[in-house]
Design a protein around this ligand. Sequence first.
Ligand SMILES: NC(=O)c1ccc[n+]([C@@H]2O[C@H](COP(=O)([O-])OP(=O)(O)OC[C@H]3O[C@@H](n4cnc5c(N)ncnc54)[C@H](OP(=O)(O)O)[C@@H]3O)[C@@H](O)[C@H]2O)c1
Length: 228
Amino acid sequence: MTGVSRTALVTGGNRGIGHAVATLLHTRGHRVVIAARDGAEARSVARELGEGATAAALDVTDPDSVAKLAAEAGEVDILVNNAGVQLDWGVRPTRADLALVDRTLNVNLLGAWRMAGALVPDMVRRGWGRVVNISSGTGSFTLGIADACPAYSVSKVSLNALTVMLAKETEGTGVLVNAINPGLVRTRMRPDAPQTPREAAEHIVRAATLPDDGPSGVFLRRDAVIGW
Ligand SMILES: NC(=O)c1ccc[n+]([C@@H]2O[C@H](COP(=O)([O-])OP(=O)(O)OC[C@H]3O[C@@H](n4cnc5c(N)ncnc54)[C@H](OP(=O)(O)O)[C@@H]3O)[C@@H](O)[C@H]2O)c1
């Protein structure tokens, strides 16, 4: 925790992990922008949180939507690239529907990339920023790439690569960019998972509020650096 109140933008902040992260950041005294595809859902969460929370409509697959948000959000110190989809399971890589791979990459990889392109240059200009990309163990070479969900796994491998590149680009600027593997979390994506979104949010919020001497370009799991 930096001890300073920052402005954080959470993509997919309307439900699941994103909702829990936005809520916890707000509880810790940060201003939060709840960004969600459905603007009404975003407004409902912002209302529920109260003062210091605002809402924005955002589809991370739509460059115009990203540009509009970046223009309207003001100075964003913390970006949590949380929006994600898992569209495949139990599919062999040779049988993968490449249109579905394309749709998955458009959200999980390009969505985060668009958001970074829109917000990170301004963080660099202001000399402070934190970016957390919500990745997954399915995209970890160290854990073993999960081949049962090829589109999802490849999107998270790619998100990890993007994380390293953004960290290299921002080295020495005051901006720290990291990926986190939250483990299995009980959301619409993983209804049977043991961990609550609130538990996962604790670690994500710590990654989003790292001190200035914190790591950049690493993969985190429960506050520890793990292999990619
Ligand atoms: N749950 C797990 O066990 C687990 C494990 C590892 C990693 N993760 C990652 O954690 C992140 C959050 O997942 P979750 O478990 O909270 O899943 P979730 O409940 O399904 O939430 C996904 C969120 O992403 C949003 N989203 C999807 N497509 C979008 C788009 N084009 N533009 C903007 N927002 C979009 C959804 O918005 P709508 O409500 O509009 O659909 C929703 O807010 C994802 O990146 C996921 O891959 C989850």
